[in-house]
Design a protein around this ligand. Sequence first.
Ligand SMILES: NC(=O)c1ccc[n+]([C@@H]2O[C@H](COP(=O)([O-])OP(=O)(O)OC[C@H]3O[C@@H](n4cnc5c(N)ncnc54)[C@H](O)[C@@H]3O)[C@@H](O)[C@H]2O)c1
Length: 349
Amino acid sequence: MGNGHHPAADLVRRHLLLGGSIAAGAVIASSALAQQNTDTAPQELNGHPVPEPPPERSAGPIRPGRGSSLTGKVAVVTGAARGIGRAIAVEFAANGADVVALDIAGPVSPASNAAPADPAELAETVRQVRAYGRRGDAVQADIRDIEALRKVADQVERDHGQIDIVVANAAIQRWKPLMEMEDADWRDVIDNNLNGTANTIRAFAPKMIPHKKGRIIVLSSMQGKHGTKNAASYSASKWGILGLMKSAAMELGEYDITVNALIPGLVDTPLTRYEARYRNSMAETGQTPPEHPTPQQAWDTRAPTVPLKVGWLQPDDISPAAVFLASDAAAMVTGAEYEVTGGDSAKDI
Ligand SMILES: NC(=O)c1ccc[n+]([C@@H]2O[C@H](COP(=O)([O-])OP(=O)(O)OC[C@H]3O[C@@H](n4cnc5c(N)ncnc54)[C@H](O)[C@@H]3O)[C@@H](O)[C@H]2O)c1
């Protein structure tokens, strides 16, 4: 995960800071650059040098594609059998990464509103990864089982020699009024989403620490930034994930490992494509939903309330942000929340 720094590149930065102009094409040709920049002096103030960060503590210098290239990197994505996890896995591969797609690919808990994913879906993710010419591996594992995750981490390290990127994406959702929740409706959602995300970090970050580099991306939600009527356990789990993310960022920064959260708005996936979810999203706009809303009714009710006028987003609207956060260009982004909501987040935080 090198930043590609070299002396000529440092000169580019100085030149930019000094307000010089460099033709974009010249950025690739280091010898030409060195020639152009022999007159650039180190930064200073009143004769005192201005410190600059070491290469591993900087995203610079500017070079084409640095925010999208994942060439040579190895990524593990949990919950990758479908939905947002699949989009992230495939988008990583499309941008050069080898991907280990991890999913339980089976029932998680009776407290999950969504139908379980299956091994065929996980295999399809891997097929799509490989279609980009990258290595793709399917791993069936449960993020609640930290010992299983540690074994996966050992195996990936043996197979690939490194783990550069981990996306803790797997989660379930429960729609039920708090007063009606059974213990499982509360505990299973917290255990799966919050403890499972912590397990993922605890199992995979130790593989990054010795290399002093890494990218960890967790999935929170707009429901992790405000309360959610009738989904308290999910909302609480997603708030908890933000606290976990920020704490891990503070601990892992010294190893040049970044930890960030993606915050999707409403996205059309099996997690959200059912009548109860449609009713809740319609009720959030202040309207009384019908007993059996159609997808079109749900879209038409929500879309006018979203700045970019969509009823919901698509998984591949979310995955480009994951690529950026995983890229070299995001070297100095950590402890942050990255919202992709069609503008939903503009109105209510
Ligand atoms: N869809 C949305 O509107 C939305 C919005 C905000 C945040 N999110 C978040 O995005 C992430 C992905 O959601 P999605 O909509 O793609 O959901 P999804 O249900 O389509 O996919 C989730 C995947 O996670 C897997 N999974 C769940 N628990 C697991 C476990 N214990 N071990 C291994 N795998 C497990 C499931 O099998 C499934 O394949 C989740 O963290 C979710 O909370 C989704």
